[in-house]
Design a binder for this molecule. Structure first.
Ligand SMILES: [Zn+2]
Length: 254
Protein backbone atom coordinates (compact mmCIF):
# COMPACT_ATOMS: atom_id res chain seq x y z
CA UNK A 1 0.00 0.00 0.00
CA UNK A 2 1.39 3.41 -0.94
CA UNK A 3 1.62 6.22 1.59
CA UNK A 4 -1.25 8.12 0.01
CA UNK A 5 -3.46 5.00 0.06
CA UNK A 6 -2.59 4.47 3.70
CA UNK A 7 -3.51 8.09 4.52
CA UNK A 8 -6.72 7.88 2.48
CA UNK A 9 -7.77 4.72 4.33
CA UNK A 10 -7.11 6.34 7.72
CA UNK A 11 -9.03 9.51 6.81
CA UNK A 12 -11.88 7.49 5.41
CA UNK A 13 -12.20 5.57 8.68
CA UNK A 14 -11.94 8.73 10.82
CA UNK A 15 -14.91 10.79 11.97
CA UNK A 16 -13.38 13.63 13.94
CA UNK A 17 -10.70 15.20 11.74
CA UNK A 18 -8.66 18.36 12.17
CA UNK A 19 -7.06 19.96 9.10
CA UNK A 20 -4.39 22.49 10.05
CA UNK A 21 -3.36 24.87 7.28
CA UNK A 22 -0.56 27.38 6.94
CA UNK A 23 1.14 29.66 4.43
CA UNK A 24 2.12 26.77 2.13
CA UNK A 25 -1.50 26.19 1.14
CA UNK A 26 -2.14 29.77 0.05
CA UNK A 27 1.32 29.98 -1.51
CA UNK A 28 -0.14 27.60 -4.12
CA UNK A 29 -2.57 30.42 -4.99
CA UNK A 30 0.43 32.61 -5.69
CA UNK A 31 -0.09 34.46 -2.43
CA UNK A 32 2.73 35.84 -0.32
CA UNK A 33 1.04 35.15 3.04
CA UNK A 34 1.50 36.73 6.44
CA UNK A 35 4.73 35.23 7.76
CA UNK A 36 5.82 34.59 4.22
CA UNK A 37 5.72 38.33 3.63
CA UNK A 38 9.35 38.33 4.68
CA UNK A 39 10.08 36.64 1.39
CA UNK A 40 8.73 39.65 -0.46
CA UNK A 41 11.03 42.13 1.19
CA UNK A 42 13.84 39.80 2.07
CA UNK A 43 12.68 40.26 5.66
CA UNK A 44 13.34 44.02 5.68
CA UNK A 45 11.04 46.87 4.60
CA UNK A 46 12.03 49.89 2.50
CA UNK A 47 12.40 51.74 5.81
CA UNK A 48 14.98 49.19 6.93
CA UNK A 49 12.70 47.59 9.52
CA UNK A 50 12.15 43.87 9.97
CA UNK A 51 8.72 43.09 8.50
CA UNK A 52 7.72 41.69 11.91
CA UNK A 53 8.22 45.14 13.38
CA UNK A 54 6.38 47.00 10.60
CA UNK A 55 3.40 44.64 10.95
CA UNK A 56 3.24 44.76 14.75
CA UNK A 57 0.62 46.01 17.20
CA UNK A 58 3.01 48.61 18.66
CA UNK A 59 3.77 49.96 15.15
CA UNK A 60 0.07 50.30 14.35
CA UNK A 61 -0.22 52.55 17.43
CA UNK A 62 3.04 54.46 16.93
CA UNK A 63 3.04 54.90 13.17
CA UNK A 64 -0.27 53.72 11.68
CA UNK A 65 0.63 54.96 8.20
CA UNK A 66 3.74 52.80 8.08
CA UNK A 67 2.02 49.71 9.46
CA UNK A 68 -0.84 50.25 7.01
CA UNK A 69 1.54 50.54 4.07
CA UNK A 70 2.38 46.86 4.57
CA UNK A 71 -1.09 45.82 5.68
CA UNK A 72 -2.41 47.29 2.44
CA UNK A 73 0.13 45.34 0.36
CA UNK A 74 -0.95 42.20 2.15
CA UNK A 75 -4.62 43.07 1.61
CA UNK A 76 -4.14 43.75 -2.11
CA UNK A 77 -2.25 40.47 -2.53
CA UNK A 78 -5.10 38.56 -0.84
CA UNK A 79 -7.79 40.27 -2.89
CA UNK A 80 -5.75 39.73 -6.05
CA UNK A 81 -5.52 35.94 -5.70
CA UNK A 82 -8.08 33.18 -5.23
CA UNK A 83 -8.57 29.97 -3.27
CA UNK A 84 -7.05 26.98 -5.08
CA UNK A 85 -7.99 23.33 -5.59
CA UNK A 86 -6.38 22.54 -2.22
CA UNK A 87 -8.84 24.79 -0.38
CA UNK A 88 -11.65 23.24 -2.41
CA UNK A 89 -10.53 19.69 -1.59
CA UNK A 90 -10.58 20.57 2.12
CA UNK A 91 -14.11 22.02 1.83
CA UNK A 92 -15.20 18.81 0.05
CA UNK A 93 -13.68 16.71 2.81
CA UNK A 94 -15.69 18.75 5.33
CA UNK A 95 -18.80 17.99 3.32
CA UNK A 96 -18.07 14.25 3.43
CA UNK A 97 -17.10 14.43 7.11
CA UNK A 98 -19.52 16.48 9.24
CA UNK A 99 -17.04 16.48 12.13
CA UNK A 100 -14.07 17.74 10.13
CA UNK A 101 -12.66 21.05 11.40
CA UNK A 102 -10.19 23.48 9.85
CA UNK A 103 -7.64 25.39 11.92
CA UNK A 104 -5.83 27.95 9.79
CA UNK A 105 -3.00 30.40 10.33
CA UNK A 106 -3.92 32.14 7.08
CA UNK A 107 -5.76 35.47 7.09
CA UNK A 108 -6.81 35.49 3.44
CA UNK A 109 -10.33 34.12 4.02
CA UNK A 110 -9.86 31.53 1.25
CA UNK A 111 -11.30 28.63 3.26
CA UNK A 112 -14.65 30.41 3.55
CA UNK A 113 -14.51 31.43 -0.10
CA UNK A 114 -13.87 27.80 -1.05
CA UNK A 115 -16.94 26.67 0.91
CA UNK A 116 -15.63 25.61 4.32
CA UNK A 117 -18.48 26.05 6.84
CA UNK A 118 -17.67 29.03 9.15
CA UNK A 119 -18.89 27.07 12.20
CA UNK A 120 -16.11 24.51 11.66
CA UNK A 121 -13.38 27.00 10.78
CA UNK A 122 -10.94 28.45 13.31
CA UNK A 123 -8.96 31.41 11.97
CA UNK A 124 -6.32 31.62 14.67
CA UNK A 125 -4.59 34.70 13.23
CA UNK A 126 -7.86 36.49 12.49
CA UNK A 127 -8.90 37.81 9.10
CA UNK A 128 -8.57 40.88 6.89
CA UNK A 129 -12.12 42.16 6.99
CA UNK A 130 -14.29 43.81 8.07
CA UNK A 131 -12.09 46.72 9.12
CA UNK A 132 -13.15 48.34 12.38
CA UNK A 133 -12.53 51.70 14.04
CA UNK A 134 -10.07 51.61 16.92
CA UNK A 135 -11.82 54.61 18.52
CA UNK A 136 -15.56 53.90 18.24
CA UNK A 137 -15.68 50.29 17.06
CA UNK A 138 -17.73 50.99 13.92
CA UNK A 139 -17.22 48.38 11.18
CA UNK A 140 -16.43 49.12 7.58
CA UNK A 141 -16.71 46.24 5.18
CA UNK A 142 -15.51 47.97 2.02
CA UNK A 143 -11.92 46.73 2.10
CA UNK A 144 -11.41 47.32 -1.63
CA UNK A 145 -12.25 51.01 -1.38
CA UNK A 146 -10.10 51.53 1.71
CA UNK A 147 -7.11 49.81 0.11
CA UNK A 148 -7.36 52.17 -2.85
CA UNK A 149 -7.65 55.26 -0.66
CA UNK A 150 -5.48 57.28 1.66
CA UNK A 151 -3.36 55.54 4.31
CA UNK A 152 -4.15 54.90 7.07
CA UNK A 153 -7.88 54.43 6.35
CA UNK A 154 -10.13 56.43 8.66
CA UNK A 155 -13.52 55.88 10.25
CA UNK A 156 -16.49 57.42 8.48
CA UNK A 157 -18.20 58.24 11.77
CA UNK A 158 -15.47 59.62 14.00
CA UNK A 159 -12.27 59.93 11.99
CA UNK A 160 -10.50 57.26 14.08
CA UNK A 161 -8.00 54.91 12.46
CA UNK A 162 -9.38 51.65 11.09
CA UNK A 163 -7.72 48.27 11.42
CA UNK A 164 -8.43 44.73 10.25
CA UNK A 165 -9.28 41.98 12.76
CA UNK A 166 -5.95 40.24 12.11
CA UNK A 167 -3.45 39.27 14.76
CA UNK A 168 -0.44 41.51 14.21
CA UNK A 169 2.99 40.59 15.52
CA UNK A 170 3.23 41.05 19.31
CA UNK A 171 -0.56 40.80 19.66
CA UNK A 172 -2.63 38.18 21.47
CA UNK A 173 -4.48 35.44 19.65
CA UNK A 174 -8.27 35.86 19.53
CA UNK A 175 -9.75 34.37 22.69
CA UNK A 176 -12.76 32.91 20.92
CA UNK A 177 -10.58 31.03 18.43
CA UNK A 178 -8.36 29.63 21.19
CA UNK A 179 -11.40 28.58 23.26
CA UNK A 180 -12.97 26.90 20.28
CA UNK A 181 -9.74 25.05 19.41
CA UNK A 182 -9.19 23.74 22.93
CA UNK A 183 -12.85 22.75 23.33
CA UNK A 184 -12.54 20.59 20.20
CA UNK A 185 -9.14 19.25 21.29
CA UNK A 186 -10.66 18.07 24.57
CA UNK A 187 -13.22 16.05 22.59
CA UNK A 188 -10.27 14.55 20.69
CA UNK A 189 -9.60 13.90 17.01
CA UNK A 190 -9.26 10.58 15.14
CA UNK A 191 -6.95 12.18 12.59
CA UNK A 192 -4.97 15.38 12.09
CA UNK A 193 -3.77 16.58 8.68
CA UNK A 194 -1.21 19.39 8.72
CA UNK A 195 -0.93 21.22 5.39
CA UNK A 196 1.77 23.71 4.42
CA UNK A 197 2.60 24.83 7.94
CA UNK A 198 6.03 25.09 9.46
CA UNK A 199 4.50 24.31 12.86
CA UNK A 200 6.55 26.71 14.91
CA UNK A 201 3.63 27.46 17.25
CA UNK A 202 2.49 25.34 20.20
CA UNK A 203 -1.15 25.47 19.07
CA UNK A 204 -0.10 23.78 15.82
CA UNK A 205 2.18 21.15 17.31
CA UNK A 206 -0.04 20.32 20.29
CA UNK A 207 -3.05 18.95 18.36
CA UNK A 208 -0.71 16.67 16.41
CA UNK A 209 1.10 15.34 19.49
CA UNK A 210 -2.11 14.92 21.50
CA UNK A 211 -3.85 13.04 18.70
CA UNK A 212 -0.90 10.75 18.12
CA UNK A 213 -0.60 9.95 21.84
CA UNK A 214 -4.30 9.15 21.96
CA UNK A 215 -3.87 6.62 19.16
CA UNK A 216 -5.10 8.81 16.30
CA UNK A 217 -3.59 9.14 12.84
CA UNK A 218 -1.39 12.10 11.93
CA UNK A 219 -0.15 13.20 8.53
CA UNK A 220 1.82 16.11 7.23
CA UNK A 221 1.60 17.47 3.68
CA UNK A 222 4.59 19.65 2.84
CA UNK A 223 7.25 19.79 0.12
CA UNK A 224 9.92 20.18 2.80
CA UNK A 225 10.74 18.63 6.15
CA UNK A 226 9.47 20.60 9.18
CA UNK A 227 9.45 20.35 12.97
CA UNK A 228 6.38 18.13 12.58
CA UNK A 229 7.94 15.62 10.19
CA UNK A 230 9.54 13.42 12.89
CA UNK A 231 6.30 13.47 14.88
CA UNK A 232 3.67 12.42 12.31
CA UNK A 233 2.72 8.92 11.13
CA UNK A 234 3.14 9.84 7.47
CA UNK A 235 4.80 12.74 5.68
CA UNK A 236 3.38 13.24 2.17
CA UNK A 237 5.98 15.24 0.34
CA UNK A 238 4.59 17.62 -2.27
CA UNK A 239 2.61 20.74 -2.94
CA UNK A 240 -0.56 21.06 -0.88
CA UNK A 241 -2.61 21.64 -4.00
CA UNK A 242 -1.55 18.40 -5.74
CA UNK A 243 -1.47 16.13 -2.71
CA UNK A 244 -4.86 17.23 -1.36
CA UNK A 245 -6.58 16.71 -4.71
CA UNK A 246 -5.04 13.25 -5.01
CA UNK A 247 -5.98 12.38 -1.46
CA UNK A 248 -9.57 13.47 -1.92
CA UNK A 249 -10.00 11.45 -5.09
CA UNK A 250 -8.79 8.35 -3.15
CA UNK A 251 -11.20 9.09 -0.30
CA UNK A 252 -14.29 9.82 -2.37
CA UNK A 253 -13.37 7.50 -5.25
CA UNK A 254 -14.81 4.13 -4.21
ZN1 LIG B 1 -14.93 55.57 14.57
Amino acid sequence: MSDIQRVAAAIKAAERILVITGAGLSADSGLPTYRGLGGLYNGVTEEGLPIEEALSGPMLRRNPALCWKYLAQLGRACLGARPNAGHEAIAQLQQLKPECWVLTQNIDGYHRQAGSPPERLIEIHGELSPLFCQSCGAESSDLVRHLAGEMPPKCHDCGGILRPPVVLFEEMLPEQAIDSLYAELRKGFDAVISVGTTASFPYIIEPVIRTRHAGGFTVEINPALTDLSPVVDVHLRGKALDVLQGLLSHISGD
